[in-house]
Design a protein around this ligand. Structure first.
Ligand code: CAA
Length: 390
């Protein structure tokens, strides 16, 4: 029985910051952002956008392709949750009019939890082949102003349906996992921005890649060359390039050629270069980018995927692309979404960034910015209030 991703779409905020503008304002050589990190633009959330509105926008697109009444579970993956108790998925459940028989839960393990959600969905669908499970990954990758992490910010959501007879790809059951308690990146409940040990986080990302790959290749029997392309969790695109070069060297005992590096992963990085980090959604935006920006037919090809979540867990797994995938991907929709965003100045960006610090009052309306189909219009008695736009 084939189980996998039947439909997959993403959404990102309607504003962006040019990496060049940020570099100038922070008095940094723009080469560091362009070449050193691989970033051109980052998506910026206005005050009336959040992980829930982004999730609902991505989810709405997915529901165009499936019978909503068959969706019996929503797994919401995030590391920028908005409530300590209520799952962000409950608001999405309402905004999308999901059935009352649909289970909802939020999952957390830094950038990894969407992959855990997919694994869980796989097992649930295996038990009940009629089941259609919506997995949403939505995050606001937010760092302190003027910090080293600032150019690696971004925001976005991916929604997908996991089912039998998937139209996009089948998941392979054999995966390699590496887990170890570590403090490379963490955000205590009282903080709006994380603490980051940048160099250590890169070291752990690569260690977890090596270890999870070893276990994956041992139990699956798949060799490096059997993977047609690769997608990596991408906190910044250069990290994915470093990861692929690292894995190549470990498997081939010599450095990867620049053109092979490009062939094997550059399609997956096109969207991330102009969106920025999206934490849980990042790997799956890379996957969509690969599917929508690879000219040759990927049907039947094996793609290797690496998911990393600080703290830390790495998982290496693979998928096989299905014959009809081109009929359910949406390059035009996503291109339009990305190319119609409005550019913000540094002062606008900083004002949006600082706005969330004011959301402690519990009773206020939020001005209307450029949005997708859903917006957060305010708070009443500490309750979040959303609306769907015409
Ligand atoms: N021209 C070209 N390249 C330049 C340059 C210039 N003028 N100036 C610097 N560079 C290069 C550097 O050589 C370096 O490249 P290499 O790593 O290949 O040597 C690169 O630009 C970055 O420079 P620095 O290492 O000096 O940058 P930094 O210390 O200011 O910060 C960072 C980099 C640690 C990634 C920081 O942005 C950060 O902390 N980011 C958040 C944490 C993160 O993303 N970690 C990744 C793994 S953890 C994870 O994946 C989970 C997650 O999503 C957060």
């Amino acid at each position: 029985m084939k189980i996998g991703i039947d439909v997959i779409k993403f959404y990102t905020a309607r504003y962006y910051l040019e990496a060049n503008d940020l570099a100038q304002s922070r008095d940094v050589d723009s080469g560091k952002y362009f070449k050193g990190l691989g970033i051109k633009k980052i998506s910026v959330m206005p005050p009336d956008e959040d992980i829930i509105t982004m999730a609902a926008n991505a989810g709405k697109e997915v529901l165009r392709y499936v019978d909503i009444n068959k969706v019996d579970m929503l797994l919401f993956a995030t590391e920028s949750g908005v409530d300590q108790s209520k799952s962000s998925g409950m608001w999405v459940h309402k905004l999308l009019n999901l059935p009352e028989t649909c289970r909802v839960v939020e999952l957390k393990q830094a950038c990894y939890s969407a992959t855990a959600a997919i694994r869980m969905a796989f097992a649930m669908v295996y038990q009940n082949p009629e089941s259609k499970i919506m997995v949403i990954a939505s995050d606001n990758a937010r760092y302190e102003l003027n910090s080293p992490g600032e150019p690696t910010q971004g925001c976005g959501a991916v929604a997908m349906i996991i089912s039998t007879n998937p139209r996009v790809l089948s998941l392979q059951n054999k995966a390699g996992v590496y887990a170890k308690d570590a403090m490379d990146f963490w955000r205590p409940n009282y903080r709006t921005e994380p603490f980051v040990n940048g160099g250590y986080s890169i070291e752990l990302y690569l260690k977890a890649l090596s270890e999870s790959w070893k276990q994956y290749s041992l139990i699956s029997g798949n060799l490096f060359d059997q993977h047609y392309k690769f997608c990596y969790h991408s906190p910044f695109p250069k990290m994915a390039e470093k990861a692929h070069a690292h894995l190549f060297k470990e498997n081939n005992n010599h450095e990867i050629d620049k053109s092979l590096l490009k062939t094997e992963i550059s399609g997956s990085l096109k969207y991330g270069r102009i969106i920025g980090n999206t934490y849980t959604a990042s790997l799956y935006i890379c996957l969509i980018s690969l599917l929508e920006n690879t000219k040759e037919n990927l049907a039947g090809k094996i793609i290797g995927l690496y998911s990393y979540g600080s703290g830390c867990i790495g998982e290496f797994f693979s998928v096989v692309i299905e014959a009809g995938y081109k009929e359910v991907i949406s390059a035009e929709l996503h291109d339009k979404l990305l190319n119609t965003r409005q550019r913000v100045s540094i002062s606008q960006y900083e004002a949006y960034h600082n706005f969330s610090d004011k959301m402690v009052e519990g009773n206020h309306n939020i001005p209307h910015y450029e949005d997708g189909q859903f917006r957060l219009f305010g708070f009443k008695d500490h309750m979040r209030l959303y609306e769907e736009l015409e």
